[in-house]
Design a binder for this molecule. Structure first.
Ligand SMILES: CC(C)(COP(=O)(O)OP(=O)(O)OC[C@H]1O[C@@H](n2cnc3c(N)ncnc32)[C@H](O[C@H]2O[C@H](COP(=O)(O)OP(=O)(O)OP(=O)(O)O)[C@@H](O)[C@H]2O)[C@@H]1O)[C@@H](O)C(=O)NCCC(=O)NCCS
Ligand SMILES: Nc1ncnc2[nH]cnc12
Length: 271
């Protein structure tokens, strides 16, 4: 029997996933409860404030998605709510971009789950692809080139938009690593994190460095993934060193880590 997800439950679960991700430690380059990673303008309390400020955004997205079919109209409605959410985040953080990518990824997932009333991962990812592939004319009228747009143009990589439009392939791979397990150990979560670090073309890393550094970071993460104890491996230490040397922070991976946790806990809700 699948429990019906209320808008309130979904919004709470999305915010909890963001808080869980922020607290999770260690995460080379990223903010955790123990470190500010490669950031001098962010810390854990800012992330918790930011996550809390997004409850209303996820609630509104879940509400509007419950009754409307997946359509241009729905895409544009959640686009407007998402942009308001970005403003709410910037107000809460006094202008620091903590969760733009997470608003996008979790916003699409919350919309689809509310719309389909399902915890079936295959359906959620397929419908996410459908919804995220619909063009929102109001985004396209925005003239400013984002960091993601610059990285994609320069190196022909795929970014946050494509991740969702392709049905979150990196989240699907992450979920496979913990499939069927209720209690996930820190070592298992570290393998999920390393899988994301190893495979996502994170446009934040590219923006702060270049494609060559991203590829070296990914190949080191692949080594760390294979280590018997990830966090004690020399490859994992090397990841931390690289984030310091190049001042890189894989914020896109952090969002997909939160999305993996969010969907994994939906699975557990099924009874
Ligand atoms: C479609 C949008 C996601 C916009 O995409 P675009 O690529 O044009 O925008 P960006 O401004 O570059 O932001 C994308 C954010 O997505 C995350 N990300 C990066 N790479 C990937 C990837 N390969 N896959 C998935 N996600 C990815 C990342 O977000 C996280 O990092 C941010 C913090 O970065 P940081 O470097 O610390 O800080 P900055 O200030 O950005 O840089 P510095 O100056 O410090 O160097 C933080 O946001 C994390 O969440 C990218 O930043 C989408 O946003 C959009 O169209 N929105 C409009 C509203 C809408 O339609 N919403 C609908 C549903 S809610
Ligand atoms: N924990 C984190 N540190 C830095 N950037 C992030 N973007 C999303 N989560 C993040």
């Amino acid at each position: 029997m699948i429990k019906v997800s209320t808008a309130e439950t979904l919004a709470t679960q999305a915010v909890n996933a963001l808080k869980w991700e922020a607290n999770f430690s260690p995460k080379p380059g990223l903010v955790t409860k123990n470190s500010n990673g490669a950031h001098n303008d962010m810390n854990i309390s800012l992330f918790i404030k930011s996550a809390d400020s997004l409850y209303d955004t996820f609630l509104k997205i879940a509400d509007v998605s419950r009754t409307e079919p997946i359509s241009v109209d729905l895409r544009e409605k959640i686009g407007a709510i998402g942009r308001d959410g970005e403003q709410a985040m910037l107000t809460a953080t006094q202008g620091v971009n903590t969760h733009k990518g997470a608003i996008w990824a979790l916003g699409i997932l919350v919309a689809v789950i509310s719309n389909q009333q399902t915890t079936n991962i295959k359906t959620i990812l397929q419908k996410s692809s459908e919804l995220a592939s619909i063009a929102d004319q109001y985004v396209q009228s925005h003239p400013k080139r984002t960091y993601g747009m610059q990285a994609k143009k320069k190196y022909k990589v795929l970014g946050a938009r494509e991740e969702a439009a392709n049905g979150f392939p990196h989240v699907a791979s992450s979920l496979k690593l913990i499939d069927g397990e209720v209690t996930i150990t820190q070592q298992q979560w570290l393998r999920v994190l390393c899988t994301l670090y190893a495979s996502v073309d994170d446009t934040n890393v590219i923006h702060r460095s270049n494609l060559e550094v991203l590829r070296a970071f990914q190949s080191t993460a692949k080594q760390a993934f294979k280590a018997p104890i990830v966090k004690e491996s020399s490859a994992f230490q090397e990841l931390t060193q690289m984030t310091k040397t190049y001042q890189i922070s894989p914020g896109g991976c952090a969002d997909l880590f939160a999305a993996t946790y969010f969907l994994h806990n939906l699975i557990i809700e099924e009874d």
